[in-house]
Design a protein around this ligand. Structure first.
Ligand SMILES: *Cc1c(COP(=O)(O)O)cnc(C)c1O
Ligand code: SF4
Length: 347
């Protein structure tokens, strides 16, 4: 406990003095107003009128970097579709619920989910740099979860007490929205628990806020290895048009630093429910040396029913991918069943 205490103390002092970094300034300039985004894309203001119901529950947030990769004047742009609230979100659909994957039942201590053998998932942050309309945690009660050093203390107490836990997954929200100092507190505290070997980070920031992959983050990854934890990064991109420009550069920088980088995507109607699109996504990922990992069936979260693709179609698309790609570039098509011991392979 005393080591933890000192680490907290040092990092708190450091972060309270620090000026905002470039990525923090960029985050502050994100679009939080659908009208401004639509205007910037040369789209008719009427697109926003239909956006109200979902907006009030889960407001629009999208970084300027991500918006810059959208096609101007195209209301069906696959990146725009991921973030623009639409009236259909307000429609109630049977089977679509606020906690579709049983997160609340799997919460072993506040903010910590232990569903699968050997690994726990920690809600280490409550915010994201972008609000994905299909997000399965769009109704998660983040306000009730502990934050900052409370989240860290609670997670470490649980993990210390269970020697079967070899891997801790930082999730959220987006865990990389924390400062480098806060991340260092996590890695130092977890490294002090002898049975923890790996620190996995589930983050969309390298895709949506590529400036987060800066010298400070790379140094944090190096320090994490130095204290004896192997970092792994799992990013989230759904469409090949996401993997260009500053995003491609950020992924290259991450991979060059030596950290394994995997990608998970969600199968989404009107975004990537097409074998040619998903094949191109995989091609770009492997060209960047990022390993396609999962293709998730949409979790039935209230407000996202209009993104649904049937498993039958999903299977056909994945069969098509197998015929187009090297074996290592075909992601595992999975769904999450509440209460199951692992993700369920569909294809
Ligand atoms: C998806 C998930 C994981 C990670 O599962 P992997 O198959 O190891 O990627 C871990 N914990 C929870 C609660 C999850 O939902
Ligand atoms: S980045 Fe991930 S957690 Fe955040 S809104 Fe998107 S899907 Fe949800």
């Amino acid at each position: 406990m005393s080591i933890l205490h000192e680490v907290h103390h040092a990092a708190n002092n450091a972060s309270s003095r620090a000026a905002p970094t470039a990525w923090q300034r960029e985050l502050a300039s994100a679009y939080r107003d659908a009208a401004a985004l639509v205007r910037a894309l040369d789209l008719p203001p009427s697109l926003v009128g239909s956006a109200d119901p979902g907006e009030s529950l889960f407001p629009l947030v999208v970084t300027r970097s991500f918006a810059a990769r959208m096609r101007r004047g195209d209301p069906e742009d696959p990146l725009l579709r991921q973030v623009l609230p639409v009236a259909m979100e307000g429609r109630e659909t049977d089977g679509y619920v606020t906690d579709p994957v049983g997160d609340l039942a799997a919460e072993q201590s506040p903010g910590l989910l232990h569903k699968y053998a050997g690994r726990v998932l920690v809600i280490a942050a409550s915010a994201c740099a972008i609000h994905c309309r299909y997000c399965f945690r769009r109704h998660f009660p983040y306000d009730a979860a502990p934050r900052g050093s409370d989240a860290l203390r609670a997670a470490c107490a649980y993990v210390r007490g269970d020697p079967s836990v070899r891997e801790v997954i930082l999730s959220g929200g987006d865990p990389l929205l924390q400062s480098d100092g806060a991340l260092t507190r996590w890695s130092a505290a977890l490294a002090a628990i002898p049975h923890v070997r790996r620190l996995r980070v589930h983050t969309r920031l390298p895709i949506v806020l590529p400036s987060r992959v800066d010298a400070g983050l790379i140094e944090w990854l190096d320090r994490t290895r130095e204290v004896g934890l192997a970092p792994w990064i799992v990013v989230h991109a759904n469409h090949p048009a996401e993997l260009v420009g500053d995003c491609a550069h950020a992924l290259t920088r991450l991979v060059d630093s030596g950290v394994p980088v995997l990608n998970q995507a969600v199968l989404l109607r009107g975004v990537n429910d097409d074998a040619a699109v998903l094949a191109e996504l995989s091609e770009r990922l492997i060209d960047l040396r990022v390993q396609p990992y999962y293709l998730h069936q949409l979790d039935p979260v209230a407000g996202a029913a209009h993104f649904h693709v049937s498993e039958e179609r999903g299977r056909a698309i994945v069969a098509d991918l197998r015929a187009r790609l090297p074996g290592y570039a075909v992601p595992r098509y999975v769904r999450e069943d509440a209460g199951a011991a692992h993700k369920t392979e569909i294809a």
